[in-house]
Design a protein around this ligand. Sequence first.
Ligand SMILES: [Zn+2]
Length: 303
Amino acid sequence: MTESFSPQRWANTLTLLLNGVHGAAAERFPVQVPELAKEYSRHRFPDDPVSLVAGDILPTFDGALYKAPPGKKGWGIIYNSAIASRGRINFTIAHEFGHYLLHRLRFPDGLECGQQDMMRWDSEYRQIEAQANEFAASLLMPLDDFRRQIDGKTKPTLDDLGGCAERYGVSLVAASLRWLQYTERRSVMVVSRDGYVLWARSSPTALRTGAYFKTAGRPPIAVPTRSLAAQPDLLEKSRGQMTHDSDVWFAEPCEEIALASDQYDFTISLLHLERVIRTSRFDEAEDDEDAFDVMTRRLTGGN
Ligand SMILES: [Zn+2]
């Protein structure tokens, strides 16, 4: 029956287990996924456990879940040992552990996952990857603990989010995406390269009030010429902050915090917008969530 568990249910099961073992002890985070995957699967699925977690030279992808070779039982989680970031490796292992728990029966030969698979959390991208990411994010960054670090009303700096990335042993992008899922603020993260938006993610309130970029299935969107993302020479030590008038990123003012990442070869812009936007259309929408969801789907073409 456990194969029908949702990503969230698996993550909650493991989170309760870890809370029980560690309580509030300092070593609760970051979650030691290799040991957890091996020990938990050995008890829960003794005939089909994760028997190996190891780095290897992987040519074109970041992580994989492989069936053990004939004569051996279980599965191997392999990550690309060329990845320099400990956080990216940790998230990759958790993502593959998610595939093991959620998808190994559907994919008896296993799965190989690229960098995009770990970073695109939207289900429009690819559902099984979104599920593995939801599991990994929930396991590594439980919301109750994250809220204690940055509450839902706080406007975090890159250092605040970087502190959480450190705490949970994940990349800054992963910590920022997790924060965007629960913040009450209107904020948008835009990831760009060479002056074009690769993808973007909005907080629920930003999405609801029309602050989002749709990138899937569209021609590339250029970053605004007056944005920090378009002016890397304005960054100091790869980071910067700028307040924008209307008509830079959106038809309203916003604050942009930008970080150029050498590691990934892209720029992250975190855009903080004003707290509340009130138009008659959105007032109506807030009163009627269902109608609003329908509208959002229509506007974004999403599901
Ligand atoms: Zn994957």
